[in-house]
Write a protein that binds this ligand. Structure first.
Ligand SMILES: *Cc1c(COP(=O)(O)O)cnc(C)c1O
Length: 865
């Protein structure tokens, strides 16, 4: 048996001799109930091409050319880059497919407890590179393509990233499923296959203009549609009661239905043979619906109805942290959870499964309130369809859902008007009312004379209109409620959900967010990864705490030199990307100071901008000696929700300041702004490894966690940040000497607000601040027109909800400390190395371990079992 040859199907290192037959079966739809194993084995014995088992360059090349010729239908000499990309993606897919089928087979055999991660967003980023890494095919593919005269990097760049999320929340879901696969934990991700993901941002005269993101236009080679496994989802209509052999029952008589078609995606674990499933649902018209209308002779109406149904998964709502109570959004939410529950109960579980044992097999994790309608949906299935009594159903419900809260902003807490909910999902509203009644009975019992508390805790709000508070519903029904960073979970329990944390103290827990080291270090920063692996071996990729072993190397001059060299190379890589992508010229010899995240007032991009404007103002007015100013490039990346006017104004202002500063010879070589449009995962992957300084400057008590902050620290940037979200934990771990802390703390913010905040007093008493704001108000950045940015200035002076002016001076002082630290290159690099070495905690693998221990109780599958 040749040495080193391993079976592809699992960690078990079952060696396979040439000619061996590896048996596996074809499942109808990956992740779903396979046909009878014994009978299938006979007829579907190994059809796996030998080449895929061999994983040789020759074998890969043959497979690739076969895909190009027979899959794409082109000859190599005539193949476009897209042809080559699609053929490569499909070839890589074959290698993973063997593992996927094997994972599903074993999962079905073991019937182990799984996680169903329900999320309206999965911001996956590009798939090819991750698939190559997970399958260990990188070298073989690079060599094989090279022999054909094809550059792997060119094909990589041909991939359009699926932007099926807005920002942090969707990216978190993607990191979590990656970690679970890598940790050998059974998981199905459930979400929506939006036809149009997050819009493509462009700038016209510096203003954001949104373009549709047609990510499917050139074909998506990573998805497997299963129209035969479609699920019917109903809406509208009314409910009625009937006598069921002496028991009064309710049934829902819906008004209309759509079909949910599952599209499966592979979620490969890192070099462990496991491939989990991500199942995204696409809406289609039901045939019955069509036929009825077609038969009535109204062809045009039938086609219109089809469009109506397909609208449900047409487009991702681009609001981040500020949900709009749009009917279509509620349709999307119910659509995907109804599909997912039906799929799990009817397809994934064995046919004769006793649902009373459901908690042994599944935990549904609700990523924010978007999937919370799953709670009344499962009640409806158990009580109305399976005819359970209410209390038995409720007992099961309370064990199978857990809720992750992602916010502290009151405007981000989702509520649905009872009127809308009742029209769209009449039975679900009734169920919610009953859940609420029984819950409030309990509250009254515990607090007999506290009707005020009862009203505060009601799942149903009465003002300004009757509506359902989805976070409360999730808290009442869920087995656990978690915040996403230590401070956030504390504030949830103390403030946002205080009554509930008193009532159900055992439900409240914290799981600090994390990021996957595979994508955000290993793939995004190959230079640093090589340096780390050279120093401590490659175990860190799946055990990130091992980065601690780098600590002594912070004091090693040669290591620091290499570390710096890598940072410089990453800057040069960024220079090339931004030149090509945006026509931006960036000076790699300046400090790269980066603020990338969604544009939101609470995140305070204006505070960053006031720093830049103030530097510019002080240099041009002679207050600051330009030779004493550290040369910096300020990089911004941010999309604004299309309806968020202030956010779009701020984008206009950043671009306007950028244009003025970048063209002014007075600050040439010292200050410049780079604001590439359309910040997304792909851009993050080149921008973050090049950064020197990470801007995490939200108002304390507003950012739930942040994950961008973790990506930067793990790529060797130092953070300037407030005591907010996971910044708190980053600072505690890396140490105060290696983090630039500034600004009001959360309790101080509360005090300032309670005392009555007056932004003008800061304006009047701080000359530097006044001059910066006055310069904007003067029209300096808008061709002399004072009106253009007046709303931004006026908002800061009159309202300033997020205390930008109150933190301004502290921020400037912290930036002076940054300059002083940066001047000592060796000390800076030492701090950067320590940031990497001490940030292993922020691996999403650790987050997953915490969820497993505190909430899910879904142990990893023993790969040797
Ligand atoms: C990580 C990430 C985010 C989240 O950034 P925060 O700074 O935590 O808000 C948003 N968008 C993209 C593309 C990301 O990769």
């Amino acid at each position: 048996m040749p040495a080193g040859r391993r079976d592809l199907v699992g960690e078990r290192a079952r060696t396979v001799a040439p000619g061996d037959v590896v048996t596996y079966f074809v499942v109808r739809s990956p992740g779903t109930r396979p046909p009878d194993v014994a009978s299938v084995r006979k007829v579907t014995q190994n059809t796996e091409p030998i080449a895929i088992r061999e994983r040789t360059v020759d074998g890969f090349t043959r497979e690739f050319l076969r895909e190009l010729n027979f899959g794409q239908g082109v000859d190599l000499s005539r193949a476009s880059v897209n042809d080559q990309y699609l053929a490569l993606a499909r070839t890589v897919r074959h290698y993973l497919m063997v593992r996927w089928l094997e994972t599903l087979r074993r999962q079905y055999e073991l019937q182990a407890k799984s996680v169903a991660y329900l999320s309206a967003e999965f911001l996956l980023g590009r798939q090819l590179d991750n698939a190559l890494l997970a399958s260990g095919l990188q070298d073989v593919v690079e060599e094989g393509l090279g022999n054909l005269g094809i550059d792997l990097a060119t094909l990589r760049d041909a991939e359009v990233e699926p932007g099926l999320g807005n920002g942090g929340l969707g990216r978190l879901a993607a990191c979590f499923v990656d970690s679970l696969a890598t940790m050998n934990v059974p998981c199905i991700g459930y979400g929506i296959r939006y036809e149009y993901g997050i819009f493509r941002q462009t700038f016209v005269d510096g203003w954001q203009v949104e373009k549709p993101d047609n990510w499917l236009a050139l074909g998506s080679p990573w998805e497997f549609p299963h129209p035969e496994a479609a699920v019917t989802v109903s809406f509208g209509g009314h409910t009625e009661t009937y006598d069921d052999e002496g028991t009064e029952r309710t049934r829902w008589v819906p008004g209309w239905s759509v079909l949910g078609v599952p599209y499966n995606y592979m979620v490969p674990g890192f070099e462990n043979g496991r491939v989990n499933t991500l199942r995204l649902w696409s809406a289609q018209a039901t045939r019955a619906f069509d036929l009825e209308i077609f038969n009535a002779g109204d062809y045009a109406e039938a086609v219109r109805a089809q469009t109506f149904a397909e609208n449900i998964s047409k487009v991702l709502y681009p609001e981040d942290s500020t949900p709009q109570g749009k009917e279509l959004r509620l349709q999307q939410q119910y659509f995907f959870v109804a599909c997912s529950l039906a799929n799990f109960l009817e397809e994934v579980l064995p046919e004769d499964f006793d649902l009373r044992r459901l908690p042994e097999r599944i935990i549904f994790q609700l990523n924010d309130t978007h999937p919370v309608i799953a709670i009344p949906e499962l009640m409806r299935i158990l009580v109305d369809e399976r005819k359970w009594n209410w209390d038995d159903a409720w007992a099961v419900i309370q064990k199978v859902f857990a809720y992750t809260c992602h916010t502290l902003l009151p405007e981000a807490l989702e509520v649905w008007s009872a009127d809308l909910l009742g029209r769209l999902l009449p039975r679900h509203l009734e169920i919610i009312y009953r859940i609420n009644e029984e819950f409030l009975d309990g509250v009254r019992e515990r607090y007999p004379d506290d009707e005020l508390r009862v009203r505060r805790m009601s799942i149903i709000a009465e003002h300004p209109e009757r509506s359902v508070r989805m976070a409360f519903l999730a808290t009442v029904a869920g087995t656990k409620v978690n915040g996403v960073a230590a401070l956030h979970s504390q504030l949830l329990a103390d403030k946002v959900l205080h009554d509930f944390s008193e009532y159900f103290p055992e439900k409240f827990t914290n799981v600090t967010n994390g990021i996957t080291p595979r994508r955000f270090v290993r793939l995004a920063n190959p230079g640093l990864s090589g340096l780390i692996t050279g120093a401590i071996g490659d175990g860190w990729v799946t055990d990130l705490e091992r980065l601690k072993e780098l600590e002594p190397l912070a004091d090693d001059a040669e290591f620091r030199r290499l570390f710096r060299e890598i940072k410089t190379n990453n800057k040069h890589r960024l220079v090339d990307v931004l030149r090509e992508r945006d026509g931006i010229e960036l000076d790699p010899d300046t400090m790269l100071d980066v603020m990338v995240k969604r544009l939101h007032e609470y995140k305070r991009q204006t505070l960053k901008l006031l720093h830049v404007v103030s530097l510019y103002e002080r240099i041009t007015s002679g207050v600051l000696d330009i030779d004493k100013v550290t040369p910096r490039t300020f990089a911004f990346g941010a999309k604004a929700a299309p309806g968020y006017r202030m956010a779009k104004q701020i984008i206009g202002l950043i671009n306007a300041v950028g244009r003025t500063i970048n063209e002014d010879p007075a600050v040439k070589g010292r200050l410049s702004i780079a604001f590439p449009a359309n910040y997304n995962v792909t851009l993050a992957e080149t921008l973050i490894p090049a950064a020197d300084l990470s801007e995490q400057i939200s108002l304390a008590g507003k950012e739930a966690s942040g994950t961008g902050n973790m990506k930067f620290a793990l790529n060797g940037a130092l953070t300037i940040g407030t005591d907010d979200g996971a910044n708190v934990e980053i600072r505690q771990l890396v140490g105060d000497d290696h983090f630039f802390l500034f600004g009001l703390t959360e309790p101080e913010v509360a005090d300032v607000v309670d005392a009555g905040y007056h932004p003008t007093s800061y304006y009047e008493s701080n000359k530097t601040l006044r001059h910066a704001l006055d310069l904007i108000a003067s029209g300096k950045f808008s061709g002399g027109d004072r009106h253009v940015f007046e709303p931004v200035v006026a908002n800061l002076l009159q309202e300033d909800r997020f205390l930008v002016l109150a933190d301004f001076q502290a921020y400037l002082d912290a930036q002076d400390r940054v300059d002083a630290a940066y001047a000592d290159t060796d000390a800076w690099t030492r701090s950067a190395v320590l940031n990497v070495a001490r940030s292993g905690f922020f691996s999403s693998d650790r987050s997953m371990r915490d969820y497993i221990d505190r909430i899910w109780h879904t142990p990893p599958i023993d790969p040797n079992a």
